[in-house]
Design a protein around this ligand. Structure first.
Ligand code: 5GP
Length: 201
């Protein structure tokens, strides 16, 4: 399970899309949210957009692997899709905040790789929030204020990428994923392989 967190506007969504396009062994966890869709967002692809009663019902029924309230909207990770992908041997990419990351850590620390994306500067973050041009001035102001809180959790992550340039950040993210996949405890069937190898020597 590969978690990407960052303040809103640090380029995490672009980076996730690029990673998925280049790697068939990882699949995106699509979250449920009570936030209204932004222009261009597709239900089932960017999020499952839902209302508060439905979200609350899912949460109370244990259907969410983690959940949090961010910018007064509710977000959560549907459990079923993640468990299915993992059981099929796929890696799963999560675009979730620090609260959700902490919850996943509590339940599956060994299976989790946590990456935090930082913007190169405050000016850059504001520029990206504004050029995204999908949020109102008020929302941009709110997100700038919240960015400082989100960033204060950088210390809980395994890796940090300062997103100066998307291609460079993508290469760093791919390197992290490649190295983590080669960790001894994650290589499946290793003991049998080594035993067979040694028996043949
Ligand atoms: P946005 O509204 O900009 O799409 O997302 C706002 C924040 O909510 C981002 O930091 C994003 O990572 C986080 N987020 C999105 N989905 C989830 C989720 O399922 N769980 C948690 N904990 N955070 C999420």
């Amino acid at each position: 399970m590969l978690v990407l967190s960052s303040p809103s506007g640090a380029g995490k969504t672009t980076l996730s899309r690029r990673l998925l396009a280049h790697d068939g062994d990882i699949t995106m966890s699509v979250s449920v949210t009570t936030r209204p869709p932004r222009p261009g967002e597709v239900h089932g692809q960017d999020y499952f957009f839902t209302d508060v009663p439905t979200f609350t019902r899912m949460r109370d029924a244990g259907e969410l692997l983690e959940h949090a309230t961010v910018f007064s909207n509710m977000y959560g990770t549907p459990r079923g899709a993640v468990e299915k992908a993992l059981s099929q041997g796929k890696d799963v990419l999560f675009d979730i905040d620090w609260q959700g990351t902490q919850q996943l850590s509590e339940n599956a620390a060994q299976d989790l790789v946590k990456v935090f994306i930082l913007p190169p500067s405050a000016e850059d973050l504001e520029k990206r929030l504004r050029t995204r041009a999908q949020d109102t001035d008020e929302v941009v102001r709110q997100r700038m204020a919240e960015a400082s809180d989100e960033i204060s959790h950088y210390f809980e992550y395994d890796y940090i990428i300062v997103n100066h340039e998307v291609e460079d950040s993508l290469a760093r993210l791919q390197a992290i994923l490649a190295a983590e996949r080669q960790k001894r405890e994650r290589v499946t069937g290793l003991a049998q392989f080594v035993n067979a190898l040694r028996a043949a020597l």
